[in-house]
Design a protein around this ligand. Structure first.
Ligand code: AN7
Length: 351
């Protein structure tokens, strides 16, 4: 596998001084979802399984470049606000580059896997009594006074790295898909994908661009409602964001691609989360399932995708958030260790 910065060096702002960091990011699977495409009514549906990145989310595509550029300019440390995945990714790449890392998180709303990653990779972890949006405001101030590199998606190098997801989809398909669906939080990823698709079209690698479909959680849907949300709420904590930093660019991506933004409820998200895992064998995190929930909702509302090639971006790995997974199920009560007592629960009758 070719490291991301080398694979797409022609499209990235690299110089002779940019260290070619890698933890094995990018080149993630594009899986044909044959059961789900029938279930949802898509002509062809692919899952871009970004959970297969080294820290388990799409953030690694942008973080590898943001941290490389921080090293290039001589920074000694990086800092970010995060709902969890950015923190995990920043901590890992900072560790590999020999930089210090600080992360500011909304206390109580970060999935345990992500928190564990940030701590084990050696970041300074600072939970605040507040939201992601407040944490982002704080790290902007902290970066300005400390000289630490801010590696949230307000950092342009993050988006440059993340646009490679669009390149990979086109490289694998040999053309642009018709529709790309993805969850929207701080709105960096939809902005980055749109940039990537346009660059490939402008360089004549592919003919067209897809329609960009972005989905927010109902309790954290500032772009759908057209105003900031002070107290965002959703089970999909990764996208529990009320004032997206890249909101205007996301709106432009949607408008210019003929796409749409919509909100999906936590129930719709969790139904989609179980559906994609149980029909395709792909476990993503709840936020990622907003893309599947959104496709389902729009088809139910009359959108015809029966002739379309659709790609859903599954942004993070399901193992990030085992607590939310287990909360979907009842308690598992042990039975005696006898053949008789296990036959019934596994659905087998004695012959
Ligand atoms: C799994 O880690 O904002 O719209 O601080 O972790 O680019 O923000 C995470 C966001 C989607 C939304 N899916 O992407 C953070 C953070 C997952 C995520 C998003 C996030 P953006």
């Amino acid at each position: 596998m070719i490291p991301l910065l080398e694979r797409y060096s022609d499209y990235l702002p690299l110089t002779a001084e940019t260290p070619l960091l890698t933890l094995g990011e990018g080149s993630t699977p594009l899986l044909r979802a044959r059961h789900l495409e029938r279930e949802l009514g898509c002509g062809v549906l692919y899952l871009k399984y970004e959970g297969m990145n080294p820290t388990g989310s799409f953030k690694d595509r942008g973080m590898v470049l943001a941290v490389a550029k921080a090293v290039e300019r001589g920074a000694r440390s990086v800092i970010c606000a995060s709902t969890g995945n950015t923190a995990a990714s920043a901590a890992a790449y900072a560790a590999s580059a020999g930089l210090a890392c600080s992360v500011i998180l909304p206390a109580g709303y970060v999935a345990p896997g992500k928190l564990a990653q940030a701590l084990v990779y050696g970041a300074r972890v600072v939970p605040i009594d507040g939201t992601f949006d407040q944490a982002l405001a704080l790290v902007r101030g902290a970066a300005a006074v400390s000289g630490a590199e801010l590696v949230n998606s307000v950092n342009p190098f993050r988006l440059e790295g993340q646009k490679t997801g669009a390149f990979e989809i086109c490289d694998t398909l040999g053309s642009s898909p018709d529709v790309v669906a993805l969850p929207v939080g701080n709105a960096g990823n939809i902005t980055a994908y749109w940039k990537g698709f346009r660059e490939y079209r402008d360089r004549n690698v592919v003919q067209g661009v897809p329609r960009m479909w972005g989905f927010q959680a109902e309790g954290a849907a500032p772009l759908v409602q057209g105003r900031p949300v002070d107290h965002p709420q959703t089970l999909a904590t990764a996208i529990r964001i009320g004032k997206p930093a890249r909101g205007d660019e996301a709106l432009a991506a949607v408008a210019n691609s003929g796409g749409l933004l919509d909100a999906v409820s936590d129930t719709e998200i969790m139904d989609a989360y179980r559906l994609v895992a149980s029909t395709e064998g792909v476990m993503c995190e709840p936020a990622s399932a907003a893309s599947i929930a959104g496709i389902r909702k729009r088809v139910a509302a009359g959108e015809d995708l029966s002739e379309s090639t659709v790609v859903a971006i599954l942004t993070g790995h399901g193992l990030k958030d085992p607590a939310t997974a287990l909360a979907q199920f009842g308690e598992l009560v042990p039975v005696p260790a006898t053949l008789e007592s296990v036959l019934h629960p596994i659905g087998t009758a004695p012959v």
